[in-house]
Write a protein that binds this ligand. Structure first.
Ligand SMILES: Cc1cc2nc3c(=O)[nH]c(=O)nc-3n(C[C@H](O)[C@H](O)[C@H](O)COP(=O)(O)O)c2cc1C
Length: 312
């Protein structure tokens, strides 16, 4: 299908950038399955490694027309990221089709990306950030709503879309606990142009995730997700069993006032690598298929949802 930005995808899915999890295989297989594949630049240890990863992706997708070979890089646009300038230069040099910025919406980054014909999306969790990003001139907004994996917001996605539509006419991406083809249909029905999906893709064979992480996703439900700022300093959703596994009692952590709870981590325990993030979308995850199998399933679920609506 033809989506916003003139892309040709099998479904309007952007596989969300995930620290550690989004390796080269996940990105390439997502694109081969007809989705947009993305990764955070910081998954590569240096800007040189980022350049090499971009070359690998481009080569792997060289047989596809540009409108069906859409991949993207997530840049943390914040002064705490010393790699921002160099990584942006690498992205511009490679003419990466999609850039996703988080934390800061910077007009100069938007202009640099649009200057070579790329698209830029910015992820936001509330109206104020959405307004700032719209002013910065980004092409579209990712509305990271309640229940999302990683750093998540607390807004209901339907309310969030309605609010942003009052002042922003460009493409919108719905994010947060979208796991099935029916969820994608719901996002489109609510007025989104794309579904942004992270957690669902951790439980695929191509994800750079330990087997125990995949198994925990399959075994977990919404009760196992704790929303806390204690792990990374910013409120996000984490798998409570992974905290317990690292000797941390998740009981007292479900709070978001910054620095309210300091985690005493064992020196061998690392955030994200050992304390695993996932959103409430775990509720719908019951297996770890290959990307290709999952893509087929999402398509049939999406079509079944459309069918259900068409007979109303
Ligand atoms: C393990 C994990 C790591 C993540 N890392 C990043 C990241 O490095 N940069 C980013 O912009 N978002 C990151 N996210 C958030 C996702 O890009 C996306 O917003 C989220 O996964 C969407 O919600 P869902 O997981 O419910 O589908 C991460 C999410 C997860 C689950």
């Amino acid at each position: 299908m033809e989506t916003a930005f003139g892309w040709k995808l099998s479904l309007p899915i952007i596989t969300a950038p995930m620290f550690i999890v989004s390796g080269g295989d996940l990105v390439i297989e997502a694109v081969r399955s007809g989705f947009v594949g993305t990764f955070p630049s910081l998954n590569l240890r240096t800007t040189d490694e980022l350049r090499r990863r971009l070359d690998e992706i481009r080569e792997a997708l060289a047989d596809r027309p540009p409108e069906s070979a859409v991949y993207g890089v997530n840049l943390v646009a914040h002064h705490s990221n010393p790699r921002l300038k160099a990584d942006l230069e690498a992205v511009v040099a490679a003419k990466v089709p999609l850039v996703i910025t988080s934390l800061g919406a910077v007009p100069e980054i938007a202009q640099a990306v649009q200057g070579y014909g790329g698209r830029i999306l910015h992820d936001v969790i509330n109206r104020r950030h959405a307004e700032k990003a719209a002013e910065a001139g980004v092409d579209g907004l990712i509305l990271v709503s309640a229940g999302a994996g990683g750093h998540a917001g607390i807004l209901n996605p339907f309310a969030f879309i309605a609010e942003v539509r009052r002042f922003f006419a460009g493409p919108l991406v719905m994010a947060g606990a979208l796991s099935t083809g029916a969820d994608i249909a719901a996002a489109l029905a609510a007025g989104a142009d794309f579904a942004y999906m992270g957690t669902r893709f951790i439980a695929t064979r191509e994800a750079n995730a330990k087997e125990g992480y995949r198994e925990m996703l399959v075994a977990s439900g919404t009760d196992d997700i704790v929303y806390t700022s204690a792990v990374s300093g910013v409120a996000g959703n984490f798998l409570a069993p992974s905290l317990r596994q690292a000797g941390i009692d998740p009981g007292g952590l479900a709070r978001t006032d910054r620095d309210a709870v300091k985690l005493e981590l064992d020196p061998n325990t690392r955030k994200w690598r050992d304390l695993w993030s996932a959103g409430q979308g775990v509720a719908a995850i019951t297996d770890s298929p290959s990307m290709a199998e999952l893509a087929e399933r999402l398509k049939s679920e999406f079509n079944a949802a459309r069918q259900r609506l068409s007979v109303l």
